[in-house]
Design a protein around this ligand. Sequence first.
Ligand code: NAD
Length: 394
Amino acid sequence: MTCVLVPRERRAGERRVAATPETVKRLIGRGCVLHVESGAGLAAGFADADYRDAGAALLDPHAADALDRWRQADVVLSVQGATLVEEHPGLAQLRPGALLIGLLEPHGNTALQEALQRQRLSALALELLPRISRAQTMDVLSSQANVAGYKAVLLAAAALDRYVPMLMTAAGTIQPARALVLGAGVAGLQALATARRLGAVVVVSDVRPAAKEQVESLGGRFLEPPSLEQTPAEVGGYAQQASDTFLAAQRQQLAEQLAIADMVICTAQVPGRPAPRLIDDAMLAGMRPGAVVVDLAVAQGGNCEGSRPGETVERHGVQLIGADALPSSVPHHASALYARNLAALLEHVLSASPAGESLRLDPEDPIVSGCLFCHAEGALAAPSTVPQPVGGAA
Ligand code: NAD
């Protein structure tokens, strides 16, 4: 029997949980025993009683035998796994060969990798999961980016000094709000869809030509990237880092759109690199006072000059919302999706492990090898700064 432990998250402000009563039931059906720390799901709307009813054993972190449970665990499911390693006393109790699954901030994080290796733990970093069709059900970057794109538009709409939809009233007609979305990845496309549902007119910028069709199918207008030789290459569905010349040309193009935009949703990112700077201070000065910019890329340096993680600041009358933790602000559904992603990944690992034996992490399996951050059975090379997609992104 595989013993799975689900701790309460330790990062300040994190409200998600890595397993829900639904996935507890599902994993028990696959022969696992589940231990859930009491209060783990509370901030996401899942009560201890729901976990108990689903078949989990509740774990009181203050009980005398709490650390014994950690010594028996085969797998720990987490959201902010890197924080857990730093802050949860149970982590140090895990036995060699135990597996940690979560968001591990793996890019260049050799300190964490070495700490896990010293303890001879295995770890799957969900940020490195390959974006291939077979792994879509496990893809937390997609499920959480979807939540973030949706919530970003709601934040912008709430902060805006005007209506979003077009309205025809006895007092006259109100024109629809204009939204500009930077980046047409998962978050950007959800932001486009949400803004359209609210009635906005939406323009979207991306450097990948493939994004055009997706944007248009959702009712947005695609802004073609500046046609320069330096247009960033695309590898497996990801944009590569753009040159300074390209970004300067792009900013010039965007300035026109920004001058008429009411809300701007910034989602442009390049994996493992600082986010491209697409809005500078002069461009903000050219925007309409009362407009709102929500910067989802703020944790990677931001698409917009002056945005700060977790803060709302005003520049030239424009509100800049540094939205670095949006999935956690929709904790119930963000957890429901995240937990399903993790259950699918764990089931995948279990299906490759001989019954009755300890978990087997097959380095030949593209899903496992793609996100294998640390392997108890041997040292891994330091994680690259750029994830290498396996095959084509679907
Ligand atoms: P991401 O968060 O890394 O980046 C967001 C978007 O920013 C991307 O579309 C990127 O092209 C864009 N961008 C980068 N530099 C830019 C610039 N200078 N200006 C404007 N836009 C810029 O991307 P993501 O949401 O993780 O998705 C990346 C790709 O992976 C997409 O093609 C998506 O369809 C694909 N994908 C595949 C799978 C799968 O097959 N399982 C799952 C999810 C996503």
